[in-house]
Every structure is written in structure tokens, then in C-alpha cells.
Design a protein around this ligand. Structure first.
Ligand code: PBG
Ligand code: ZN
Length: 321
């Protein structure tokens, strides 16, 4: 008779044989920066997460740093919108200015990942240039590469293109290398699915498409083989890290990428996944700490070594890890 329970007898032996362990170093915390000064405004649909103006962002990042949250992903909200999304690559726009300020304050103590996508800057809210009701791939890629360079010039450590245009990783890599930014890394949203779990984020980033959906560029959630193909293309194009987004409904994809790529695998535990837990916990239906930690371990068990999540501040503030 086999007795697997032998190794579950008490907490000490359970700790000894645990296959998956989490560390603070694995986590990236998303931030939303808005124009103005002294702005801290709660985002209703993502409880616990705020819109910050750059000055208040700096204060909050400082608090996070003291707790060991030293990697952030930055989204810009509220810049001028236009059909050609020109504020996306304006060096005086929100994100590059915030990056410069953050770097001035924290230097290399803070690792800054920026979201590279134009949907907060286009008048229609799509992640590219629209022509004849279709998002034009190659025109969009040019714009996205310019935006990436703009963030690199401001001092971003890592760029996270989230648009899902074909060929954008190689275009960004070429643009960066051509301007001497050989050490600016790319974490591609390699497999980003057209997902209803982004709902709360669209309120936060003011980037909901005013017409249609994103299915002509983001992936179909029915497709796992295609996800691997997308990821391997990004690897071949020069991505440094491959990200899967969303995370919880896509653990099979995380696991498949881990087994088929030598690159670090990241996942993005998105707004809808976060807000579901928050809402159920608020109602007293689930134990927030236990559910959050079970979820984080599931990402790691599947193969993610980098986890972008809105939960990380709760985790470190309450010592859940
Ligand atoms: C847009 C973008 C989205 C998210 C990150 N970047 C939404 C979308 O594609 O519609 C979602 C993140 C989240 O839900 O937390 N490029
Ligand atoms: Zn976008």
C-alpha cells in the first residue's frame, strides 16, 4: 500500500516537501497614473487600487518599496486622445514624465515596467490605428515602436507591449537597439486573450473600445496551440519574458509555455480576477487571504516565475506570504 499521507502528517513535514514557494521578488504591482497634482482617487471597480497623480504615485511607491514591492507596471490614463494617438509617443505625456520622476527619486531601487499600448490614447479606444473599421497592423506597429522608444528614453527598465499586433516585438527591439537601448528589456504580452476579465480595468484606464471588440487582434480563448505559436514567435522576435494574460483561466497556457520555452514566464492576474475575489471576500463568502494565496501558488505551480497582480500590496502589508 502506498501512503502519500505520510508526508502530510504535520506542518513541518508539509513545509519540507512543498514543491512551490513564493517570494516577494516574483511580484509586479500595477499603477495607474493620471494628470494633475495631489490626486488619489479610488477606482470603484478595482477596490483598493487608485488613480494617482505623479506626486502621490511617488509617495505610494515609496511605501511599497519599504515593504519590498520594488517592481511596478505603469499605465497612463487621461492624456489627450486622437485618431493617430500622438500623445502615446510625446515625451511630455504622463508616462514618460512619471518614469523620469520615479527614476529621479528611486533610481535602480525601483524596476519600472511600462505598458506599451495606444488604446488609452486613441479616440476610438482600440489598440492601434483604425482604417476602414479594421485595426491596421503595420501602421500600428510603427506607432507602438515609437511609444516604446519614448518610454525607454524616459528610463523605463522593461517594456510590456500589450497590443497583440504581429511583429511588434521585433519592431520594438530594432528601434531600441538602433537608439542604444540594448539593455531595455521586453516582456511581451505574448498570449493575450480577448477576455471579459478586463472589465474593471477598462474603467481604470479609460480605454474601452467605443465600437466593436478586440477579437481581431487579441486571441480567442478557445485556442491553446495558437497561444504557444504566438509565444514562440515573440521569443524568436527577441522578447526577454513571455507573459500570459489573463492568468487564472489560462493556467494550461502558462504550463505549456513553461515546458516549451526557456524564457522566464510571467502571468498577469487581471482586474476581473482580482475584483471577483475582493467582492466575494467583502460579502464574507470566502476567506480573502486563503483564496489569494492559493491563487498565487497556482500561478507559480503552473510555471510562472513573475506574477503581476493587484493583490501584492495586501499580501505584503498583511504578511500573508
Ligand atoms: C489594454 C490593456 C487591457 C489590460 C491591460 N492592458 C485591457 C484590454 O485589452 O482591453 C487589462 C488589465 C487588467 O484587466 O487588469 N491594452
Ligand atoms: Zn491596448
Amino acid at each position: 500500500m502506498q501512503r502519500p499521507r505520510r508526508l502530510r502528517k504535520n506542518p513541518v513535514v508539509r513545509e519540507m516537501i512543498a514543491e512551490t514557494r513564493l517570494a516577494k521578488d516574483m511580484f509586479v504591482y500595477p499603477y495607474f497614473v493620471v494628470p494633475g497634482t495631489n490626486v488619489t482617487k479610488a477606482i470603484d471597480a478595482i477596490p483598493g487600487i487608485n488613480h494617482f497623480s505623479t506626486d502621490n504615485l511617488i509617495k505610494d511607491v515609496e511605501k511599497g518599496l519599504r515593504l519590498g514591492v520594488n517592481k511596478i507596471m505603469l499605465f497612463g490614463v487621461g492624456d489627450e486622445k486622437s485618431d493617430d494617438a500622438k500623445s502615446a509617443y510625446d515625451p511630455h505625456s504622463l508616462v514618460p514624465v512619471a518614469v523620469k520622476e520615479l527614476k529621479k527619486n528611486f533610481g535602480d531601487d525601483l524596476y519600472i515596467v511600462t505598458d506599451v499600448c495606444v488604446c488609452s490614447y486613441t479616440s476610438h479606444g482600440h489598440c492601434g490605428i483604425m482604417k476602414d473599421d479594421y485595426i491596421q497592423n503595420d501602421l500600428s506597429v510603427e506607432l507602438i515602436a515609437k511609444m516604446a522608444l519614448n518610454h525607454a528614453e524616459a528610463g523605463a527598465d522593461m517594456l510590456a507591449p500589450s497590443d497583440m499586433m504581429d511583429g511588434r516585438v521585433s519592431a520594438i527591439r530594432k528601434k531600441l537597439d538602433g537608439s542604444g537601448f540594448v539593455n531595455t528589456a521586453i516582456m511581451s504580452h505574448a498570449t493575450k486573450f480577448a477576455s471579459a476579465y478586463y472589465g474593471p480595468f477598462r474603467e481604470a484606464a479609460d480605454c474601452a473600445p467605443n465600437k466593436g471588440d478586440r477579437k481581431a487582434y487579441q486571441m480567442d480563448f478557445r485556442n491553446g496551440n495558437e497561444a504557444l505559436r504566438e509565444a514562440l514567435l515573440d521569443e524568436a522576435e527577441g522578447a526577454d519574458v513571455l507573459m500570459v494574460k489573463p492568468a487564472l483561466a489560462y493556467l494550461d497556457v502558462i504550463s505549456n509555455l513553461k515546458q516549451n520555452s526557456g524564457l522566464p514566464i510571467a502571468c498577469y492576474n487581471v482586474s476581473g480576477e482580482y475584483s471577483m475575489i475582493k467582492a466575494a471576500a467583502e460579502k464574507g463568502w470566502i476567506d480573502e487571504q486563503k483564496v489569494v494565496m492559493e491563487t498565487m501558488h497556482a500561478f507559480a505551480r503552473a510555471g510562472a516565475s513573475i506574477i503581476t497582480t493587484y493583490h501584492i500590496r495586501d499580501i505584503v502589508e498583511n504578511n500573508w506570504m
